[in-house]
Design a protein around this ligand. Structure first.
Ligand SMILES: [Zn+2]
Ligand SMILES: [Zn+2]
Length: 213
């Protein structure tokens, strides 16, 4: 799998480009302030982008959607329960002191597990509310292989967990999503979070202080 991670100030939120090495089809995950860097990665690998997939709709994760859609022509996909946050991006910006433009409307909602296919790869959708109502984990891998790579948004971080003090957040719900959904993947599963470095399910099970009390 082609995998590129980019982050840009001020949010330093991770955006991703994933691609199938055989068909050169791909997806972009969470284009924000890093959108030009992600578009350059798409071009570098000669990818045709099938979908713009969002892990959730906090303002750091999608202000690059309009630009990505304009260049790539791919549909934008979000969980329905986060559409109220998506539609309120201007107000989200004001709350944090940022001038953020409205983005084009969501084209498709994750209804069920998917999968959302790109070449020989697919993204399976797991609803993981708690950080926000419509947060999802995208489990990506080959159709013929059980090994998956997780893109978890802000639900789980290396050594930390997502905040739950924003609209629609809930700590008990977040912990349940992590324990019941994310921790059902094998220990060696690699996890890419919305901020910071990558980790594994096993490492977080063993060492994450928020999940060991
Ligand atoms: Zn978030
Ligand atoms: Zn974030």
């Amino acid at each position: 799998m082609i995998l590129e991670t980019r982050a840009a100030p001020p949010f330093m939120k991770n955006g991703f480009v994933l691609g199938c090495e055989e068909t050169r089809e791909g997806v972009v995950i969470d284009p924000g302030d890093d959108v030009e860097l992600l578009l350059a990665a798409v071009k570098k690998h000669g990818l045709s982008i099938c979908y713009i997939l969002l892990t959730h709709a906090h303002l750091d994760h999608f202000p690059g959607v309009g630009r990505a859609k304009e260049v790539l022509g791919a549909p934008v996909v979000l969980h329905r329960d986060d559409n109220f946050l998506y539609e309120a991006v201007v107000q989200q910006g004001l709350a944090f002191g940022f001038d953020v433009a409205r983005q084009p409307p969501v084209d498709l909602f994750y209804d069920g597990p998917g999968p959302w296919a790109f070449g020989r790869l697919s993204a399976w959708v797991h609803h993981t509310p708690g950080h926000c109502p419509g947060g999802v984990c995208l489990a990506v891998g080959r159709d013929d292989c059980s090994e998956k790579t997780l893109f978890v948004g802000d639900t789980l971080f290396a050594g930390s967990i997502g905040r739950t003090d924003l609209p629609g957040g809930s700590l008990p719900t977040l912990l349940r999503s992590i324990r019941e959904v994310l921790f059902s993947f094998p220990d060696e599963t690699v996890v890419y979070s919305g901020h910071g470095e990558a980790t594994t399910i096993g490492r977080e099970k063993r060492t994450n202080p928020f999940l060991n009390s």
